[in-house]
Every structure is written in structure tokens, then in C-alpha cells.
Design a protein around this ligand. Structure first.
Ligand code: SAM
Length: 384
């Protein structure tokens, strides 16, 4: 697999993070290359002077952030894994740290932006969130360029640019990617800007109101896998519980309710997910109970102590960015094995066809089927 990006007189070594032993994918794509070449060919660096800045939204693993090393810039992502990749690739390529501000999606954008480069995210909701926030800080002379794989750019994508930025056109496709150019024309209107992109719905059989920021997994409805896990919590007297990959927090909230004296740690790699889980727990539980919850943005359980928990609940992810993968689930199961006390339990829900049973048996030595329906299985692995 190629780790060397040679482009516009720069050579960058770029890795995806977390490392996957069987990695076959590069840490950049043809949309990154298209953006970089366009920027260089059109000498856009000239537009960014003195206190001006380049804003990079949604850089996957740091190709863009590392390439524009000489330019003062802010890079924004909702992913802890992307943020860690950017940092590691910056170090690997000896980039200048002073020129860069790395921010998560919930922080405010800087105000003196002259050029914006956007990698198209997976969902329109998150794109809309970013464009809305962007519109509040850019002016008529800001250059807005986005890029993505052809199959990620739909009419609805372009409509969002028209709605929030202005007249929008696309480039020819190159290596299955396209650029989007949007002229800043739409007047900034505080009322439009206040449109709430996060949504809220209720959970059947609970009185919970579930808030979902723009980039939260299954933001429009309760995930059926998550629901099945909530309904099949194991009996037992657990005290230190983790909701691993918590999304909006529904599984951890079910645990907080079911195990009366427990402490629950909600973990996700999405800043928006962890913030939604925090909002949901504080809104739906009395202080006495919500005081026993903590919220951590992290890569799985990396950095957590050995034998520190007695129950880990997980509805594992099967994507990293746009790519379907099982290596994050694998590392979550390994992390769980390390962090469970003797006799502690990992309970997971998964689509029947994913064969998590085999993975869990290899890591824990055994694995038991707790429940099943047409679509899902609930599996229990106990730390020996
Ligand atoms: N628990 C929620 C539910 O049941 O609706 C969400 C489950 S969703 C299938 C998996 C979650 O894992 C996503 O919210 C995703 O952001 C998160 N995730 C992905 N990779 C992760 C990682 N390396 N560390 C922590 N969380 C991760």
C-alpha cells in the first residue's frame, strides 16, 4: 500500500490512524489531490496574507493539513481518529505546529478566512451544519472549494451550497472525484443561521427525549441494533460500566437506569456523539443519577486502565469515514478484554452475518449467544 503522496513538489508520508495490520488503503484520495492541484495551479496561497487564514473542513487523515504546512490555517473535524491522524502525520512530516489550529466540530470557526477547503462529509446533515456555521464567518471575497468522490456529490449536496453560500458549479471529474466551486453571495441572515440542525425524538417505552447533533450515528431514529441491546441487558450487579461507541448515548442511559448504583462511562470518537450523550443524560436523569455518568471522546478504550470495569456494552461501528471495516470492532474487543476485571462481561450486538462470535472467541477463549432475532445477535464474552 502506497504511503508516499508526491504532489506539487512535496513528498508526504501519510498513514491512516488507527493502524490496521492488514491495511490496504491510502491515507488520502483523489479528491485531496484534485484540491491540492487546483489550489497550487491557481496560486490561491496569494490570497492569504498577514492575519488571513485557510480553513480546512473534514480532512480525513491529514493530507490537506500537512500539504499546506507553510500557510496559517485552522483544520476542523468531528472525528477524534482524524484529529489524531492529522497530529501524527504532522509529526511524521515535521510540519510547523505554530501555523495550525486544530479544532473539533463544536468549536467556533475563526473569522479571517480567505480560502475554505471542504472534504464532503458522509451526511448532508453534517454538511449543512458546516455550511451554516461557515456562512456566519465568511465574506464576499472568501473562496469556497469543496471536493469529494463523484458518488458522494448529489443534487442535494449542491443545493446546500446554493442555499448557504451562493451560485455553485462543479468541475469535470478526475480519477472519480469532482470539485465544487461556490461563490459567496447569500446574505448572512442571523435567523437562517439559527436554524437548528440537531434533532430530538422520543424513545418508545421511556420518557426520554433524545437530542442528536448533526453528525451523530442514526440521528433520525433509534438504531434497531442499539434498541435490541437496550432490551437485552444482562442481569447482574455491575458497578463500573462502559458504553463503548455511545453515539447519542441510549445504551449507556439504559444501563444507568437498569443498574441502580452503577457508574457509566460514555465513549465515542465523534465529538458530537459524546456531546449528545452528555446532553441526553443530563436532560433525562435526575442529578443524583447523572452525576454517575462521565463522557469521554476517545479511540475505544485506549489509555484506560487494565481490569478497571465489570461491564462493557457495545454496538460496534462497521465504518471508518466512508470505508466499511471491521478493524475498529476488533480493537474495541481487544481493548475490552484488557479493561475488564476477571469475571467482567463484554456484551455486544451485531448483525448476524458479521460473525463477531468468531472474533470474541479468539480474544476471550469463549463466547455465548444471549439473544437473537432475524437480524441481530447479542453476544456475551466473559474475561477469564
Ligand atoms: N451506541 C450507539 C447506538 O447503539 O445507537 C451508536 C452505535 S454505532 C453502530 C457505533 C459508534 O461507534 C458510532 O457512534 C461511532 O462514532 C463510534 N466509533 C467509531 N469508531 C470509534 C472508535 N475508534 N472509538 C470510539 N467510538 C467509535
Amino acid at each position: 500500500m502506497n504511503e508516499l503522496l508526491s504532489i506539487a513538489n512535496q513528498n508526504l508520508i501519510l498513514h491512516r490512524h488507527p493502524r490496521n495490520k492488514k491495511e490496504t488503503l491510502q491515507a488520502w484520495d483523489s479528491a485531496d489531490e484534485y484540491l491540492i492541484n487546483h489550489f497550487v495551479d491557481n496560486n490561491l496561497a496569494e490570497k492569504i496574507k498577514n492575519e488571513d487564514e485557510l480553513l480546512i473542513l473534514n480532512d480525513g487523515f491529514g493530507a490537506l493539513t500537512c500539504f499546506f504546512n507553510e500557510i496559517k490555517r485552522t483544520a476542523v473535524t468531528d472525528s477524534y481518529l482524524s484529529l489524531s491522524s492529522i497530529k501524527l502525520n504532522m509529526q511524521r512530516n515535521r510540519c510547523i505546529e505554530e501555523n495550525l489550529l486544530l479544532q473539533d466540530s463544536l468549536q467556533s470557526f475563526p473569522e479571517n478566512i480567505k480560502v475554505v477547503l471542504i472534504k464532503i462529509p458522509k451526511t448532508n446533515a453534517y454538511l449543512e451544519f458546516l455550511l451554516q456555521k461557515l456562512r456566519a464567518v465568511i465574506s464576499a471575497d472568501t473562496i469556497v472549494i469543496a471536493a469529494g468522490k463523484v458518488n458522494m456529490i448529489h443534487n442535494s449536496t449542491l443545493q446546500l451550497f446554493e442555499q448557504y453560500i451562493g451560485t455553485t458549479k462543479t468541475s469535470l471529474a478526475k480519477k472519480k472525484s469532482r470539485l465544487i466551486f461556490s461563490d459567496v453571495e447569500v446574505a448572512f441572515d442571523a435567523e437562517t443561521e439559527e436554524k437548528e440542525i440537531a434533532i430530538t425524538w422520543e424513545v418508545e417505552n421511556h420518557k426520554w427525549k433524545i437530542h442528536n447533533h448533526a453528525n451523530v450515528f442514526s440521528r433520525n431514529h433509534l438504531d434497531i441494533g442499539g434498541r435490541y441491546l437496550m432490551d437485552n441487558l444482562p442481569d447482574g450487579d455491575f458497578s463500573n460500566i462502559v458504553d463503548l461507541g455511545c453515539g447519542n448515548g441510549i445504551v449507556g442511559m439504559a444501563a444507568l437506569e437498569y443498574y441502580a448504583d452503577s457508574k457509566v462511562t460514555f465513549i465515542d470518537e465523534s465529538y458530537m456523539a459524546v456531546d449528545s450523550a452528555r446532553i441526553n443524560t443530563l436532560k433525562n436523569f435526575e442529578e443524583e443519577r447523572s452525576d454517575n455518568a462521565r463522557f469521554v471522546v476517545n479511540n475505544g478504550l485506549v489509555g484506560f486502565k487494565a481490569a478497571s470495569h465489570d461491564l462493557i456494552l457495545c454496538n460496534p461501528p462497521f465504518h471508518q469515514q466512508q470505508v466499511i471495516t471491521d478493524h475498529i470492532a476488533w480493537s474495541m474487543f481487544n481493548d475490552a478484554h484488557f479493561c475488564l476485571q476477571e469475571g467482567g462481561e463484554l456484551i455486544i450486538v451485531g448483525n448476524r452475518h458479521l460473525d463477531y462470535q468468531d472474533k470474541l472467541t479468539r480474544i476471550f477463549g469463549d463466547c455465548e449467544l444471549l439473544a437473537e432475532n432475524k437480524k441481530f445477535v447479542i453476544l456475551r464474552a466473559i474475561k477469564a
